[in-house]
Design a binder for this molecule. Structure first.
Ligand SMILES: Cc1ncc(C[n+]2csc(CCOP(=O)(O)OP(=O)(O)O)c2C)c(N)n1
Ligand SMILES: [Mg+2]
Length: 549
């Protein structure tokens, strides 16, 4: 049937969201969104609304949903201060190429851009959204909703995924008008593979003596093919923040960054898939002894940091599958590297235990307490930094990070979105006391929506990383880096969550196990002092010292 229905703009948007498979939206209402929330109310059987206690919480929850599933996470907030409150989450989603849909209102359409001082008016909201997303649009009439929402979903699913925003003026959400049938935004076809490029890449990799594979968040869906390539080439797979768990990190063929850096010294060919290789190329050294094959769906990414020998603009899975087939025709006969890699892993594990022993002890406890199918959401804190190299991840998407954005305070609210998307899985949120307080108010959200996230708060009474740098690098100019904490146990209990305190790694392991067994939102405070500096072990000296221009 193609005839138009006379419905409100809000109803038109909600119908389109449901048609695109959105069954959950994180949202915080307000007057500009009334007719959107009315429509959500009327469709309560098809789409559920989970609110939070601050707009940033809604956006981080959508981010956690998206990163832990690979599906689109949606949130809705009022315009102006509401959408600005989600700015850090949007920047994080952008940095991690996350499929996040930001939906917001607007002041009445006839007042936009006039500086009248309407409630929540900000200059050029759409322009701000355009800067923070891949695509942003305004819906100017209810009849535009089907095509505008379809375009938003096409953008979310085509090429490199990144956040997308839609805004609708409040009068348009309220207005009833004839609206045509729903349009489904289909993803664009992925770029076609160039057989010559695949062949050239396969020759480089197949002939290499010591190839390596680097993966990022763009490679999660290609895990099967990447493991095949790793086995054929006897090539270890390296990831840093996003991209972890593509090879189960209990396996010899997964190398952490320090071990990868050592192995890089004799590496003669690197395959980078869905990752920028930013840290490696900037901190490990790059010279003419290594040929890089770079696969990325974003053509602008291929030469951004260094020009590769072969650049392949393609979907990670398509390219990895083609490489599996092509490498077979060029591959050397290769002996197993398993023993060599196992020894290398053990050496760097021992080194980390020697340098950052306290962090490694806590991480060991957390790994033993977190069931194998659990999720780990990190933060910008001493123990979580070391998790980049010292917490084995077993499966793709089970470690969630803010990537290069390094967004302090993103973690706890993000972990709630991970839990909503994975209701039966254990979710662990690891925080410092500084970062945790950015969204500690969302303990109320965990209790309200019965989200049994177990959050650990390492409490040193300081923005400890900053404090240490002030002491060591800036002649002890300690400023703005210490603070006074609440009692986190009492804080959790005041919200109706469980609060616990653990002083040692052994006590922490027990507390986390018990909290997961209880399936209750829990905050575990771990009082700590200063910890050893993690950066020398996370980023050791370059193994290819001659830098290429
Ligand atoms: C949004 C944001 N603001 C500020 C920073 C700078 N920063 C990085 S680490 C850090 C301190 C973190 O303190 P805490 O969470 O207590 O962890 P700790 O270092 O004490 O373990 C700060 C302020 C940041 N990375 N992101
Ligand atoms: Mg701290």
């Amino acid at each position: 049937m193609t005839s138009a229905n006379t419905i409100s703009g809000g109803e038109a948007v909600v119908r389109s969201l449901i048609a695109h498979g959105i069954d959950t939206i994180f949202g915080l209402p307000g007057i500009q969104l009334d007719h959107f929330f009315n429509a959500l109310h009327d469709h309560g059987n098809e789409i559920r609304v989970l609110n939070a206690r601050h707009e940033q919480g809604t956006a981080y929850m959508a981010f956690g949903w998206a990163q832990s599933t690979g599906k689109i996470g949606a949130y809705a907030v009022v315009p102006g201060p509401g959408i600005l409150n989600t700015g850090a989450a949007l920047a994080t989603a952008y940095g991690c190429s996350a499929k996040v849909l930001a939906f917001t209102g607007q002041i009445p359409s006839d007042t936009i851009g006039r500086g009248i001082g309407m409630l929540h008016e900000i200059p050029d909201q759409l322009g701000i959204l355009e800067r923070l997303t891949k695509h942003a649009a305004r819906i100017n009439h209810p009849s535009e909703a089907p095509s505008a929402v379809a375009e938003a979903f096409r953008q979310l699913q085509s090429g490199r995924p990144r956040p997308v925003a839609l805004e609708v003026p409040m009068d348009i959400l309220a207005m009833k008008a004839p609206v045509g049938p729903t349009i489904i935004g289909e993803p664009d076809p992925m770029p076609a593979l160039d057989p010559d490029q695949i062949e050239a890449a396969a020759k480089i990799l197949g002939n290499a003596k010591q190839p390596m594979i680097f993966v990022g968040g763009g490679a999660y869906d290609a895990a099967v093919e990447i493991r095949e390539l790793s086995a054929m080439l006897q090539a270890p797979v390296v990831s840093y923040q996003n991209g972890r768990g593509i090879v189960d990190e209990r396996e010899p063929y997964a190398l952490n960054h320090p071990a990868g850096n050592e192995y890089w010294g004799d590496c003669d060919a690197a395959l980078a898939i869905g990752c920028r290789m930013q840290i490696e190329r900037m901190f490990w050294g790059l010279d003419d002894s290594v040929k890089v094959v770079h696969v990325d769906v974003d053509p602008t990414e291929i030469s951004r940091i260094a020009k590769p020998a072969v650049g392949i603009v393609a979907d990670a899975t398509d390219a990895a599958r083609a490489l599996v087939n092509a490498v077979a025709g060029h591959n050397r006969k290769r002996a197993s590297r398993a023993d060599q890699l196992t020894a290398l892993r053990a050496k760097h594990h021992a080194r980390a235990e020697g340098i950052v022993g306290p962090q490694m002890a806590f991480l060991g406890a957390l790994r033993r307490a977190l069931p194998a199918d659990g999720f780990f959401v990190d933060e910008f804190t001493q123990v979580a930094y070391v998790a980049r190299i010292g917490f084995p991840v077993y499966a793709p998407r089970t470690m969630v990070t803010p990537g290069y954005q390094g967004t302090l305070g993103y973690g706890y609210a993000t972990s709630l979105g991970v839990q909503v998307a994975n209701p039966d899985k254990p979710v662990l949120s690891v925080n410092g006391d500084g970062g945790f307080m950015f969204t500690a108010n969302e303990i109320a959200t965990a209790v309200h929506h019965k989200l049994p996230v177990v959050s650990v708060v390492f409490a040193d009474g300081a923005y400890g990383n900053v404090l240490r740098m002030q002491k060591e690098l800036h002649d002890g100019r300690v400023i703005g880096s210490t603070f006074t904490n609440p009692d986190f146990v009492k804080l959790a209990e005041a919200y109706g969550a469980d609060g616990r305190r653990a002083e040692t790694p052994a006590a922490l392991e027990t507390a986390v196990r018990e909290a997961f067994a209880a399936r209750r939102p829990t905050v575990i405070e771990v009082p700590v002092g200063e910890m050893p500096e993690p950066w020398p072990v996370i980023r050791p000296a370059p193994s290819k010292p001659k830098q290429k221009e």
